[in-house]
Structures are given as C-alpha cells and as structure tokens.
Design a protein around this ligand. Structure first.
Ligand SMILES: [Zn+2]
Length: 241
C-alpha cells in the first residue's frame, strides 16, 4: 500500500514536510484514544483541533496526559461547532456574524481551553467546516493567535494572520462521511506534495472505523519511515517551510 507515494517522494531528493490535523476533539471516546495511541506509540506529531464549548473534563484530562508524553499540538476549533448561517454552506464564523460576535466566541473559547488544558494550547485556530471570514482573521489577530488552518482556498488576510492549509481529507463528505480508497488518497497526496509548502492531511476521529484507522496507520508509517519526509505539527510545519 502507498508504494507509488513512496517512490514519488524518493524521486526528487528534496525534503517534504507533512502534518496531520484531526478535528472535533471534545469527549473521551474510544476513537480519540485510538488516534492518540496511533500517533503516540510512533512519536509522530499530531495537531488536534479542540471544540472549547463541548470539551468535557474527562476529554481535557485525556488530552493533557497525551500532550505531556507525545508531540501533540492542541489548538482551538469553533466555540460550539454550530452553524449560524440562515442559508447556504454551514459556518460558525460566517458572513452573517459580525466582528464582535465572532471575537466573543473565539475569546471565550480561548479562556476555556486555557483553563482546561493548562499550558498545552498552541495559538492556532481551525474554523469549523474550514470556513471563516475577514472578521474572523481580524479577531484572531487581535486576540494574539499566530496561525489559521483551513482548506486550500486562497488565504483570506495573510497580513492579519498567516494560514497553513489542509491539502487532503481522508473522507468524502457529500451525503455523510465516506472513506477514500488508498489509491485515491495516494493520487491526492502525490498531487499535493508537488505544490510548494507543507502537505496537510485531515482526519476526523469521530467517524473513523477500523478501516480508516488501518489506512491512516499505513500512511503514517510510510511517511515517518521515508528519509525525505519530516512530519511536524501545523505550527512547526508553518515555521520551517
Ligand atoms: Zn469540525
């Protein structure tokens, strides 16, 4: 599995930086434990977007323990992961919400994460559904965030806040999550690894079954064993690009 990817990465004699981002961490569930084990036992870096409003004390305790023993970058996801748009695509930080509303949500999220995760929070923000607006960027900059992670649509306001985009999602999302095949993922990762900058791969532990975990495990193993690949966190990948 992933032989073509392995060959592709060897062809250029150039270093490739990859990072894995997993979204929607809040409760202590078996899938989150399995994901933390997958990366933790390999000492592979993982960036985890945590939902402040729904983070439970048990979830926080699991994350704190993991962050103290593995390269885990905990950062902020939306406040409650709620859609506020009356129509169109789902957004928690979308065009129908002005600067102050967005800033209040982000600020209370930051306070809660600081309380529950102590010193383990990185100043990185991932908006739910990878969507937000210029007001979000301004609020993030005003609140001292250093980095925004979305998909590969053009950066919104890189002067206010730089972005580290995700290139490949292991799931299709139309009509519910559907795992991509290994060949499909391989094609997408090869295409993304040809672009400049780090290659971000997106996971969602809550919808991952055994097959999704096995595929992710194979992928992490191929990447971390490759001599031209460096695995890093969102922030680490951005800082050393
Ligand atoms: Zn999410």
């Amino acid at each position: 599995m992933f032989d073509r990817l392995r060959e592709h990465l060897s062809r250029e004699f150039a270093p490739h930086v990859f990072f894995f981002r997993d979204d929607d961490a809040d409760r202590d569930v078996p899938e989150l434990r399995r994901l933390l084990d997958l990366f933790g036992t390999r000492e592979a870096p993982l960036s985890l977007a945590v939902i402040p409003g729904t983070l439970t004390p048990e979830g926080a305790s699991l994350l704190r323990a993991a962050a103290s023993r593995m390269p885990l970058e905990l950062h902020q996801h939306g406040w409650m992961h709620l859609n506020h748009e009356p129509s169109g695509r789902k957004c928690e930080f979308g065009p129908s919400r002005e600067y102050t509303q967005q800033r209040d949500d982000i600020e209370q999220g930051a306070v809660r994460l600081k309380d529950l995760l102590n010193g383990f929070v990185s100043p990185v923000f991932t908006p739910p559904w990878n969507r937000c607006t210029a007001s979000t960027c301004r609020a993030l900059a005003d609140l001292g965030f250093a980095l925004l992670s979305r998909d590969r649509s053009p950066a919104i306001d890189p002067a206010a806040i730089p972005e580290i985009p995700i290139a490949v999602d292991i799931f299709h999302w139309k009509q519910g999550p559907r795992l991509k095949s290994a060949a499909e993922l391989e094609d997408e990762i090869i295409a993304a690894a040809n672009a400049t900058g780090p290659t971000g791969i997106l996971l969602h532990h809550k919808v991952m079954n055994g097959e999704a975990f096995e595929l992710s495990e194979q992928l992490v193993d191929v990447l971390r064993a490759h001599p031209f690949v460096r695995l890093d966190t969102c922030k680490g990948a951005h800082e050393t690009r």
